[in-house]
Write a protein that binds this ligand. Sequence first.
Ligand SMILES: NC(=O)C1=CN([C@@H]2O[C@H](COP(=O)(O)OP(=O)(O)OC[C@H]3O[C@@H](n4cnc5c(N)ncnc54)[C@H](OP(=O)(O)O)[C@@H]3O)[C@@H](O)[C@H]2O)C=CC1
Ligand SMILES: CC(C)(CO)C(=O)C(=O)O
Length: 312
Amino acid sequence: MKVIIAGAGAMGSRFGIMLHKGGNDVTLVDSWPDHVNAIKENGLKANFNGEDITVNVPVMLQSEINTDKKADLIILFTKSMQLNKMLQDIKPLIAKNTKILCLLNGIGHEDTIEKYIPMKNIFIGNTMWTAGLVGPGQVKLFGNGSVELENLGENQEDSAKELATFLSESGLNAKYSDNIHYSIYRKACVNGTMNCLCSILDVNMAEFGATKPAHDIVVTVVNEFAAVAKHEGVDLDIEEVVSHVESCFDPETIGKHYPSMHQDLITNHRLTEIDYINGAVSRKGKKYNIPTPYCDLLTQLIHCKEDILGAS
Ligand SMILES: NC(=O)C1=CN([C@@H]2O[C@H](COP(=O)(O)OP(=O)(O)OC[C@H]3O[C@@H](n4cnc5c(N)ncnc54)[C@H](OP(=O)(O)O)[C@@H]3O)[C@@H](O)[C@H]2O)C=CC1
Ligand SMILES: CC(C)(CO)C(=O)C(=O)O
């Protein structure tokens, strides 16, 4: 299968490497020139569960897509604020039947994708895999993860199941979900707690989990997400979601991971996806007349930190 990874930062590199190891024809597309040049010159280097590996995969700069060879599958892995531009730039790679899978964190990406891709070809989901960019052309990958996905178009369940099987054949542990909006809100609760709190407090998830107020904060934020989700027909099981969020505290699994927002803001002084996570819940709360004071404050604190650190 010809696979394009559109957004080959930390997570795109993980999926690219695992699909390449699984024997697929993978090409990376990314917007960061230093990263693309480093991969062209030296291959994509990864510390993969403690082992140093180099993978030679074709890579293209997003602004210089120089082929009209169409992809069978495009996996979107940009940051949320880069998604629209990526969809514009990869048009030459999209054929009538190219499937598009979006695994970004955040809520509401289908509204952007629908502007470019026919509904029958859109698949959305989320992932509990983790990854970190060490520098241009270099990633650090450890731990296990999973993927959940569903078709947006009608009568595409079989294609979604085939897609999950295809990803699992490369070890990505994917499964079909018949209620992906539930899964997306459930994952957004993980990001709406871990990502902003670990960034503000400058800790990893295990360190945050070891603090006394951690549980109360998680419960309050999850309740805000749940109230908004309910208004959209998604009925979150709050107790189960809180325990899912708190499973991230385990240092034996992903607890030692610094969430991607920490990598962006604290390590690299880059703007964050907060407006697509807690910020999205704040906006929806205002629209539906549901108070979301923790999400409002967390969003504002992250924007303060972006200003303080001169993030761009
Ligand atoms: N990392 C993780 O563990 C997880 C991430 N996700 C989600 O996956 C999606 C992709 O995230 P992720 O893979 O973390 O993205 P990355 O942080 O790896 O980067 C994506 C893009 O950001 C820019 N960039 C990042 N770091 C630098 C740097 N040091 N200097 C210059 N530019 C840089 C580049 O684009 P440009 O130059 O155009 O800015 C790069 O292509 C997001 O929605 C994220 O929330 C989901 C699960 C886990
Ligand atoms: C690993 C995890 C689940 C932590 O919130 C994540 O999605 C991220 O780092 O953005």
